[in-house]
Write a protein that binds this ligand. Structure first.
Ligand code: FES
Length: 180
């Protein structure tokens, strides 16, 4: 049996580990470099609509004209439309027949069902697990942990209803908005 003499020139363990580090370090670098664009590819592109606001659309995707909307709805109505990021959003008619300056994102803060307006009770009542929100979308019964998210409602120059993000204090709780 041949034995390597103790005084051999073969690299010792420390050198082998150094070479391992060099080789696998480089390989890891290449792998990460290749992985980065792949991970980025799977993250959906941003819609770029958060700052400017979006036109409210009806269920067929048509912009909603404010004057038509007022003519066709009565005071106190809360009507679903497509809002920011396509979320179902309530447009509210005030008691004087004018459009309210705020709209409500209809997605229940518990597990995300769309919450219907129950006019007879003057409340939003979630059909999934029974959470309730008052006429301004403030949570009044759980299991939903938070109130419905607010948006600003305005009329654009061409007469359509427009939603813009609500970044100010939540007037129902006097707290910072949880949705921004
Ligand atoms: S999703 Fe609305 S109460 Fe559970």
């Amino acid at each position: 049996m041949t034995q390597i003499p103790a005084s051999s020139d073969a690299p010792n363990m420390g050198r082998r580990q150094f070479m391992n580090l060099l080789t696998f370090g480089t390989a890891t670098g290449v792998a990460l470099g290749a992985l980065y664009p792949v991970v980025k590819y799977f993250i959906p592109p941003s819609s770029g609509e958060s700052g400017s606001g979006v036109t409210a659309k009806d269920k067929l995707g048509k912009p909603i004209a404010a004057s038509d909307f007022r003519d066709n709805h009565k005071a106190g109505d809360r009507v679903l439309s497509q809002g920011i990021k396509g979320d179902p959003t309530y447009v509210i008619v005030k008691d004087n027949g004018e459009l309210s300056g705020f709209g409500l994102n209809a997605i229940c803060t518990h597990l995300g069902c769309v919450v219907p307006w129950k006019e007879s009770d003057n409340k939003f009542v979630c059909p999934c697990h029974g959470s309730q929100y008052n006429e301004n979308g403030k949570v009044v019964r759980g299991p939903a942990p938070r109130s419905l998210a607010l948006v600003h409602t305005q009329t654009s120059n061409d007469g359509n209803i427009v939603f813009t993000p609500w970044k100010e204090t939540d007037f129902r709780t006097d707290k910072e908005p949880w949705w921004t």
